[in-house]
Design a protein around this ligand. Structure first.
Ligand code: HEC
Length: 110
């Protein structure tokens, strides 16, 4: 029993200090629209108008500005949508952060 109790006391006493000694890891980084712009150029510009100076895109796609101005537009919802690409999109896998960056970039085009 004794070693077990000792272990319990140690873990109660020491672990919080160990946890404090480490740099707190931010749970979610802030979305970065500038990074989103680069990702959009690379992954989305073939089909969508992703910026004001782009003139050509695939028929049947909405420009990012139009998407941002949609009545039900919501950055978080869009980021979530992008994790599960629409059927016509080539199979690209965006990380959660990348999806949030792109959504933040689109959100700037309101
Ligand atoms: C291969 C062409 C293609 C690429 C690349 C592509 N899309 Fe799309 N996207 C489409 C088409 C076509 C639609 C409309 C049809 C549909 O919803 O399936 C669409 C629809 C969307 C919608 C829904 C728009 C609406 O009208 O509600 C969003 C948001 C979107 N795309 C974002 C993106 C983002 C962000 C990227 C880059 C990461 C991207 N798309 C890359 C073709 C593409």
């Amino acid at each position: 029993m004794k070693p077990f109790l000792l272990y319990g006391a140690l873990s109660l006493g020491l672990l919080p200090q160990l946890a404090l000694a480490q740099e707190p890891e931010p749970k979610m980084s802030r979305p970065d629209p500038a990074k989103g712009a680069q990702l959009a150029q690379r992954w989305c510009a073939a089909c969508h108008i992703v910026s004001k100076d782009q003139t050509r895109a695939t028929d049947g796609t909405r420009s990012f500005a139009a998407i941002a101005q949609g009545a039900d537009f919501n950055v978080e919802k869009l980021a979530f949508f992008l994790l599960d690409p629409h059927p016509v999109m080539p199979n690209m896998t965006l990380s959660r952060d990348e999806a949030r960056d792109i959504a933040a970039y689109i959100g700037r085009q309101k």
